[in-house]
Ligand binder design. Structure first.
Ligand SMILES: Cc1cc2nc3c(=O)[nH]c(=O)nc-3n(C[C@H](O)[C@H](O)[C@H](O)COP(=O)(O)OP(=O)(O)OC[C@H]3O[C@@H](n4cnc5c(N)ncnc54)[C@H](O)[C@@H]3O)c2cc1C
Length: 481
């Protein structure tokens, strides 16, 4: 290898994609992964790029932001998407995969790549020299987490994600909900959903009855004490929620001129005010149950959920303060992060951030301008969301149309609107995909020439088989086998 490699730590969804893209740009990679010797409590397989839970990568349709993100990555030559498409199993409009075939294909492609050297060991500190991408995921080991926390300082690293559900503004019924701040403090910052006694009581009953997710061993109840799930609050007593997040005091419902029996508050979640979160509604309820029960709230009967509430162990950075839109640490241009650590959430979102971080780390090495996708694309919108310094209270985010640039005009049919947003995205993405292709081909050519020069300098011209006429780089860089 001619150049100093770029180090990628963690061969999960993000690290695998990052390593592949760096190598595609002709730069050697040192890929450090602690499997198979050490494993997080959720990982079981020896192979890279393991899906720790569901084998579904969510929607595969362009009318869905998750489907759009997949298509963007396909067009950008993503290793993860190539492997996922090859390993697909029937799943209606979703893309689900045979997890062993999927991880196997990614692992083989990475291990066979001549520019990628795999080191199977646990990393305990951030390498002092060279460019590094940390992609060790939501269950990053304690020692490395401590090293990252020290590097980013203060309260830069979180270990637990307790996020309330987020709904789209346009799906809130403002004939029932009203804008106000408690006791009129500040402007009308919150959207408030008033409840009468009868609705409150049946809501409390349904919350107690609703199905919750089964906790993993490592997600003991202990870690949730400081931040109680809404359903636990409902179980504590009939009025507990009314003295907590459903407190009605200081909120006058303009429809009655009085305080309601209980009031749920929704707080703006993005700069464009297209998303609102349900304040204090962190929950363990299953996603389908969240939709069913939370739609009982007056004003949210037709709410569209952009993300559901979660409570789980999750190691992630306060990205708005710390990262740029290329997932580079603001205070150290040699250090990039990728995957769930950056505050993106989900398998493909993690792979997507790996693509962006990997390519930009490589471009920096090549002395090329960074590649920053516009907010009209799912990839660009995600990077913009997590690196937006105006976010004070930051929660991880998955791909959704709410964080993308809006589309002018009124649309009765949401599917048509979403389809047009996707169409616009793929048009805007095309020059970026083209630039990546040109750069990777240029690098491939350079490496070929260097290989040939090396060979003719060091050896007498020997018999060459047909295959040896193709350089290792040419053989492997194009697409995974
Ligand atoms: C229990 C659980 C269930 C989940 N279920 C889903 C789901 O159903 N759908 C979904 O979209 N998302 C799910 N997620 C989120 C999921 O983890 C991410 O979407 C995705 O795996 C994140 O990708 P990543 O590359 O950031 O991390 P990972 O895929 O976790 O990869 C991190 C890699 O780094 C390695 N590593 C960690 N520490 C070190 C170290 N110190 N040295 C070397 N290597 C190290 C790990 O072994 C691992 O291979 C779940 C997460 C958890 C914890």
């Amino acid at each position: 290898m001619r150049e100093t490699p770029i180090t990628v730590i963690g061969a999960g969804l993000a690290g695998s994609e990052a390593a592949w893209q760096i190598a595609r740009l002709g730069i050697p990679v040192r890929l450090m992964e602690m499997k198979p010797t050490d494993k997080t409590p959720a990982h079981q397989m020896d192979a890279f790029c393991e899906l720790v839970c569901s084998n579904s990568l969510r929607s595969n349709q362009l009318e869905n932001a998750s489907g759009l993100l997949k298509e963007e990555l396909r067009r950008l030559g993503s290793l993860v998407m190539t492997a996922a498409d090859k390993a697909a199993v029937p799943a209606g409009g979703a893309l689900a995969v045979d997890r062993h075939a999927f991880s196997g294909a990614v692992t083989e492609a990475l291990k066979r790549h001549p520019l990628i050297a795999v080191e199977e060991r646990q990393v305990r500190e951030i390498p002092a020299k060279g460019t590094t991408i940390i992609a060790t995921g939501p269950l990053t080991t304690d020692t490395l987490s401590a090293a990252i926390a020290e590097k980013v300082g203060g309260n830069g690293l979180y270990f637990f994600d307790a996020a309330a559900p987020i709904v789209r503004f346009e799906s809130i019924d403002l004939s029932k909900a009203f804008r106000a701040s408690r006791y009129g403090k500040g402007s009308d910052d919150y959207i408030n959903c008033p409840m009468d006694r009868e609705t409150y009581l049946s809501f409390q009953q349904e919350l107690m009855r609703a199905e919750t997710v089964v906790l993993k061993d490592f997600e003991e109840n202990r870690i949730f004490e400081g931040c109680m799930p809404i359903e636990s609050m409902a179980r504590r007593g009939v009025d507990t929620m009314r003295f907590g997040p459903l407190k009605p005091v200081g909120l006058i419902d303009p429809a009655t001129g009085k305080e309601a029996y209980a009031t749920i508050q929704l707080r703006q979640d993005d700069a464009a005010a297209s998303l609102y979160n349900l304040v204090g509604f962190q929950t363990h309820l299953k996603w389908g149950e969240q939709q069913r029960v939370f739609r009982m709230i007056p004003g949210l009967e037709h709410a569209e959920f952009e993300r559901f509430g979660v409570m789980h162990r999750n190691t992630y950075l306060h990205a708005p303060k710390l990262l740029t839109d290329t997932y580079c640490l603001r205070l150290d241009e040699n250090l990039f992060f990728a995957g769930q650590m950056t505050g993106v959430e989900g398998y493909i979102e993690s792979a997507g951030s790996g693509w962006v971080a990997g390519v930009n780390a490589a471009l920096r090495r090549l002395g090329e301008a960074p590649l920053v996708f516009p907010g009209t694309t799912a990839l660009g919108a995600l990077a913009r969301y997590v690196s937006n310094p105006t976010h004070v209270k930051f929660q991880p985010m998955n791909a959704n149309f709410g964080i993308m640039d809006s589309l002018d005009g009124r649309f009765k049919d949401k599917r048509i609107k979403n389809g047009l947003i996707s169409e616009r995205s793929l048009i805007d993405l095309a020059p970026f995909a083209e630039r990546m292709n040109v750069l990777s081909q240029m690098q491939a050519k350079k490496l070929d020439e260097a290989d040939r020069t090396d060979e003719s300098n060091t050896t007498e011209k020997a018999d060459r088989t047909d295959e040896s006429d193709i350089s290792p780089f040419q053989r492997y860089y194009a697409s995974p086998s």
